[in-house]
Design a protein around this ligand. Structure first.
Ligand code: SDX
Length: 380
């Protein structure tokens, strides 16, 4: 029946909303934030400015920039009871679950949490953008069995994130790479976690609930969780010469190879191209074979699946960069969330003005009915 035609599994290709925030060109492999191509932002901007751009639609004038940076710096330190919550969670759960829990807890401290006016949603959103580095940094330190480090007001956003997470101040290259990683993760069209945030905000629920929904969604291995699994997969292959055999076993079993494939990109993910260069830089510095093994896996995958539009995505090389900078694998997805917080907030604010409830249909293929009710004593 024509109802069958309507079914679009996973909403593939469905245009669910209008946006001015970002555009993913899946056939040319290009990514734009408010019309600026990602490489031009990586080369000339920084995360604070990109975050402002996503929220407000234009590059900030000097005064706007300084005010925004000052606001992020002021709101970055965490209240003591949040620090003790993070210590109490300790290493008992996956850092993405810890992150989801802490973000949700912040609403307990906010008497205005349920005011769904755009002004209040924006206030909450900016405080979450400011606090993600401190929260993820503190989770990483506690998960690694170390003391929590408070933000250093002298450091920029990305460098402070690096410092609060690893305990070391980044060198200029590490600072640039950390900033680039956050920029390229900041927004990406109607991806699953952004969609979750929009579905939540579309009911006029609060920004804490919207971002909690997004974090829960990002955790999955088909989405943000892939970066952790991709590095584990590369490390499980070990020597470059093992790649062909291991990949064959995985693909023969129909397993998804983490870090490859994308709902929109049918060519090489432009973010993976940027990260690959940094992964190569660290490979030379660390002198291990991980990058070489990754390159073989990439070649084999492109040879086997390239013509079906399956190429490396943002999650394939990011893990080995974070590993080289001293982050544990379990914190890779929270790093992704730290970049994406600006896109989630920007799109939730944009959609909240639309005020249109997300409520699709499902194609019913169950029992025709009406079925006759049989009392339990007559069922055996
Ligand atoms: C991110 O949406 C976004 O923008 C996400 C993201 C963002 O910035 O927010 O870009 C970040 O999440 C990147 C993707 C990270 N996920 C992974 O690396 C997990 C592995 N990738 C696959 O699970 C898959 O490619 C998805 C989930 C990313 C996309 O899946 P689709 O669009 O639903 O495509 P599909 O699963 O239907 O696959 C189409 C075909 C299938 O073959 P058939 O079953 O039709 O024969 O391609 C094959 C798949 O088997 N395929 C793969 C594959 N990805 C797709 N085969 C092996 N390995 C893979 N990785």
């Amino acid at each position: 029946s024509e109802a069958k035609e309507e079914l679009r599994r996973g909403l593939e290709g469905v245009l669910a909303a209008e946006t001015r925030i970002g555009y993913v060109n899946g056939s040319d492999g290009k990514l734009f934030y408010r019309g600026y191509e990602i490489n031009s932002l990586v080369e000339q901007s920084n995360y604070e400015e990109v975050s402002y751009l996503l929220l407000y639609g234009h590059l900030p004038k000097r005064g706007e920039y300084e005010e925004y940076v000052k606001r992020l710096r002021e709101e970055m330190p965490l209240p003591d009871e949040v620090l003790s919550l993070i210590k109490n969670i300790g290493g008992r759960t996956h850092p993405m679950s810890a992150l989801r829990t802490v973000i949700s807890y912040l609403s307990v401290l906010d008497s205005m949490e349920s005011d769904s006016s755009t002004k209040n949603q924006e206030r909450i959103g900016i405080s979450l953008i400011a606090r993600m580095p401190s929260i993820v940094g503190a989770i990483h330190r506690v998960y690694s069995g170390k003391e929590i480090i408070k933000p250093d007001p002298e450091l920029g956003y990305a460098s402070n994130f690096f410092y609060m997470s690893t305990g070391a101040r980044p060198d200029p290259v590490e600072s640039k790479i950390m900033d680039t990683a956050l920029i390229i993760h900041a927004d990406h069209g109607m991806n699953a976690s952004t969609f979750s945030a929009l579905v939540t905000i579309s009911t006029m629920a609060d920004m804490y609930s919207a971002i909690t929904s997004a974090i829960g969604t990002l955790k999955g291995p088909l989405h943000g969780g892939a970066n952790e699994r991709a590095l584990k997969m590369i490390q499980s292959v070990g020597r470059p010469e093992n790649a062909e055999k291991v990949l064959k076993v995985m693909t023969d079993k129909g397993e998804r190879v983490m870090g490859f494939g994308h709902r929109v990109y049918k060519v090489y993910d432009p973010r993976a191209k940027i990260l690959k260069r940094y992964a190569e830089y660290f490979a030379e510095r660390k002198g291990n074979e991980t990058f070489k093994t990754a390159q073989i896996i990439e070649e084999l995958m492109i040879n086997k699946y390239g013509e079906r539009g399956i190429f490396p995505n943002v999650d394939f090389y990011s893990g080995m960069i974070y590993d080289a900078m001293g982050f544990r694998t379990e914190i890779f997805t929270p790093i992704f969330a730290t970049g994406r917080i600006s896109g989630w907030v920007a799109r939730a604010l944009e959609y909240s003005t639309e005020n249109r409830l997300f409520r699709p249909k499902a194609l019913y293929v169950g029992e025709k009915g009406p079925r006759k009710y049989i009392p339990i004593q007559d069922r055996d």
